[in-house]
Design a protein around this ligand. Sequence first.
Ligand SMILES: Nc1nc(=O)c(N)c(NC[C@H](O)[C@H](O)[C@H](O)COP(=O)(O)O)[nH]1
Ligand SMILES: [Zn+2]
Length: 167
Amino acid sequence: DPSDHATYMRLALDQAQESPPKPTNYRVGALLVDCSTGAILNRGYTLELEGNTHAEQCCLSKYASVHDVPEETVGDVLPANTVLYTTMEPCNLRLSGNLPCVDRILRCKTKDGGQAIKKVYIGVQEPEKFVGENQGRRKLEEHGVEVVHVPGFEEDILRVATAGHDK
Ligand SMILES: Nc1nc(=O)c(N)c(NC[C@H](O)[C@H](O)[C@H](O)COP(=O)(O)O)[nH]1
Ligand SMILES: [Zn+2]
């Protein structure tokens, strides 16, 4: 129910606060949740793992490591009803050229070839500062992944996300 979504989004925002500020990205936090049980499977934040990493990428990569599989096949070990909470809409294009998180999410397939991540809950859409209008939400929906906006955290999320940007 909605109060659970707010709880998880607040925890994702707590993650975003851990991210080292940088002028060329956003500080984002993410949570992987098994919505059958409500269990938090993993959590992550921008730049948590070495390299130019995104929060959603860190969630998937860390979960894969815990289960001794490469991130590419983490869908094989995700519970059937996995959802992702992320303070900001997953990227569909990165100025660095690194693999966008939408592609990382969509390649998570169950054994029968379906999407392992069923829903993505977002706190805000991506502002148009770096890559213009982010097509991430539309691409996820086109592939059968539901994207749900969790309202109420927009101001806090954007303040945290842009902390490293020139005022
Ligand atoms: N959803 C999301 N999670 C993140 O952890 C993060 N940093 C962004 N940020 C989106 C922004 O568009 C990209 O950060 C820039 O396009 C620069 O690209 P790099 O991050 O250097 O690959 N978006
Ligand atoms: Zn990303």
